[in-house]
Write a new protein. Structure first.
Length: 283
């Protein structure tokens, strides 16, 4: 597959990180962020573990990104939480100068009952708007291939619309490798009267077994032709990476050329693959 290189543009991009677990990891990640900042991201988001399990690490990395002069977006989940706890944590982020949130229902740690005052991301969005007005720009999750727990594709579209009606400003999708799924999702929400930007989430393909595991857990589809090619490469990491780069570059070009409002890269706390994709796309 040959991949066209396009001219440099100011197309909006953003990056996602997860909290590091060790001092060594944190030290290495400073350079990763520095390398990626050179691409002038609109913001950098930091994930949040099940039940807020990584909250201290999330807030610490958010604080570092803000101190480095970049806009940080904290992921924030609500399942199992009380309104008092959510209010206090949001106030902490506001005091840090954070202006952007990725509001999620989130997953409970295994062994926990549902509990809490928030059962859906739309409950959290409504609470944030009521308590903090327009202080935060609120992103919410979108699922082009339908959330694995949704009763139907139509119900999933309505769930996204409910989050927007509750006060969210825009969406970021789960990763996918079929551009048609993204555009069908956008058409579906527009048919419901929703006109907010929905930014595609982009996952580089570097490790086939890891990708299969992630996709089985999240419900993200790997098209059969991609799955078969990856399986055919076996343990040939170089070929997997080269093939994956071509596939994801082409996907990003399709999305950009057909009107996607930006690209959100799931970096997996590494810089090389995301930087190469940016180079190939002229970003």
């Amino acid at each position: 597959m040959t991949v066209a290189h396009t001219k440099t543009s100011n197309f909006p991009i953003s990056f996602e990180f997860f909290p590091t677990k060790t001092p060594e990891g944190a030290a290495k990640h400073v350079q990763v962020r520095k390398d990626l900042y050179a691409r002038q991201p609109e913001f950098c988001s930091v994930t949040y573990g099940a039940g807020g399990s990584t909250q201290a690490g999330t807030f610490s990395m958010v604080r570092d990104i803000q101190a480095e002069g970049r806009q940080a977006a904290s992921h924030f989940s609500c399942i199992g939480a009380t309104s008092a706890k959510v209010r206090a944590e949001l106030q902490e982020l506001k005091d840090m100068g954070v202006k952007r949130l990725v509001a999620l229902r989130g997953d409970l740690p295994s062994g926990y009952g549902l509990g809490g005052e928030f059962h859906y991301a739309s409950d959290l969005v409504e609470f944030i708007r009521k308590e903090f007005g327009d202080w935060f720009h609120i992103e919410v999750a979108a699922y082009p291939e339908t959330h694995p727990q949704a009763k139907s594709p139509e119900a999933d579209l309505k769930a996204f619309a409910t989050k927007i009606q509750a006060g969210a400003h825009s969406g970021i999708t789960q990763y996918f490798y079929n551009a048609d799924a993204y555009f069908r999702f956008v058409e579906g929400i527009q048919a419901l009267g929703v006109q907010v930007p929905v930014v595609p989430g982009i996952m580089p393909i570097l490790n086939s077994s890891q990708l299969m595991r992630f996709s089985d857990a999240t419900g993200a589809e790997i098209p059969r032709w991609i799955r078969l090619r990856l399986q055919a490469y076996g343990d040939d990491v170089t070929s997997i990476r080269a093939f994956g780069m071509d596939v994801v570059t082409r996907l990003c070009e399709q999305l950009r050329d057909q009107g996607a409002p930006g690209l959100h890269f799931y970096t997996m706390n590494q810089s090389a693959a995301t930087l190469e994709l940016c180079d190939r796309l002229g970003l």
